[in-house]
Unconditional design. Structure first.
Length: 340
């Protein structure tokens, strides 16, 4: 199987390592114009390896995507800065190349109609957007537990994700990262979009109304994008109604990432950084820890994608590029105040 990697920064290298782990016989080609990011480990530390990526994985490099596509890869993994995602996705699909796109799908909605029209013609394309939280064992457990409704109806939910931008990639100056630059599709809304995606996934069969949404630049970080999002929602379904508060930021130290669900008969709490689940009910506390490395979520999502490629099986819309479109549009509504 021949795989095209578009971009070999931190996430591109992670997918390269994971794909090699899945099958060392995979053949790799790559489009890489800038060799800015050093060779990294799974913990985002600079590798001590004396071999280059090209030597270690026998990669054939291209500086031009059109030339790389002439190799007719089985699929492309798009890991470039966000502002390049959509154009590269469209180009791959036009050439009948299956696509795995790192989140988010794009930095705006300008060419989404062109993509949608293309997808109606290219119905055999296998696609997926990289929301690896969906493959997190803790998230999967929480989702299943919620469906049991053991603690009655939901009253309120708090979703929080905050981490200092300078701690994202300690090998680089945060001011040079795509997350800090408007021109590259940065900003807290799109960079930490996983929370928006899993919120929409948890309540996909509910009606979600945006009550308020506000982005701002609160910190002294040297960036030209928003570092804060505060949003409130009203979520309803027949016989059910509850509120949700979502907060994202670029400046929390130590980092925090959790979802807290307040129900009629108790509270559910999932810490997505420290990987534990807690249930508070009738003065009793149940705690369950999940022992896995962060990289497992990336491995699991890529194994799922590769399996579908091998079986020539179209991925369902809740994980495919259609989900990427839905999540992006919702995120842009929050960012651009389209709820008013």
């Amino acid at each position: 199987m021949k795989i095209l990697l578009i971009g070999l920064g931190s996430i591109g290298q992670r997918h390269l390592r994971n794909l090699y782990k899945i099958n060392p016989k995979f053949k790799f080609i790559a489009v890489r114009k800038i060799f800015k990011v050093p060779i990294l480990t799974n913990n985002l530390k600079i590798s001590r390896s004396t071999k280059s990526l090209k030597e270690k994985y026998n990669i054939k490099y291209y500086k031009n995507l059109n030339l790389a596509l002439k190799e007719k890869p089985n699929f492309a993994v798009i890991c470039s800065p966000t502002s390049f995602h959509l154009d590269q996705t469209i180009k791959c699909i036009e050439k009948n190349v299956n696509v795995f796109i790192e989140k988010p799908l794009a930095h705006n909605e300008n060419k989404l109609n062109k993509l949608k029209k293309l997808l109606t013609k290219k119905t055999n394309i296998i696609s997926m957007v990289g929301y690896q939280t969906r493959f997190n064992p803790l998230y999967i457990y929480l989702k299943k537990y919620l469906k049991k409704k053991n603690l009655g109806k939901i009253n309120h939910i708090e979703i929080f994700n905050g981490e200092h931008l300078a701690d994202f990639h300690k090998y680089e100056d945060y001011r040079t990262s795509f997350a800090s630059k408007k021109i590259l599709g940065g900003g807290v809304v799109l960079t930490l979009i996983h929370e928006i995606d899993y919120f929409l996934d948890l309540f996909s069969d509910y009606k979600i109304k945006i009550i308020s949404s506000h982005i701002s630049k609160n910190s002294k970080l040297d960036i030209d994008v928003e570092d804060t999002l505060n949003s409130s929602f009203l979520v309803t379904k027949k016989g059910e109604k509850f509120t949700v508060n979502l907060h994202l930021n670029y400046y929390t130290r130590p980092k925090k990432r959790y979802i807290k669900i307040i129900l009629e008969k108790g509270i559910l709490y999932a810490d997505l950084n420290r990987n534990y689940f807690q249930k508070y009910s009738n003065k009793l506390v149940f705690k369950k820890r999940f022992l896995f490395s962060r990289n497992l979520t990336f491995i699991n999502e890529m194994k799922f994608f590769v399996k579908n490629i091998k079986e020539k099986k179209i991925i369902k819309k809740n994980l495919s590029i259609y989900n990427g479109i839905k999540t992006l549009q919702f995120a842009m509504n929050l960012k651009n105040n389209k709820w008013t």
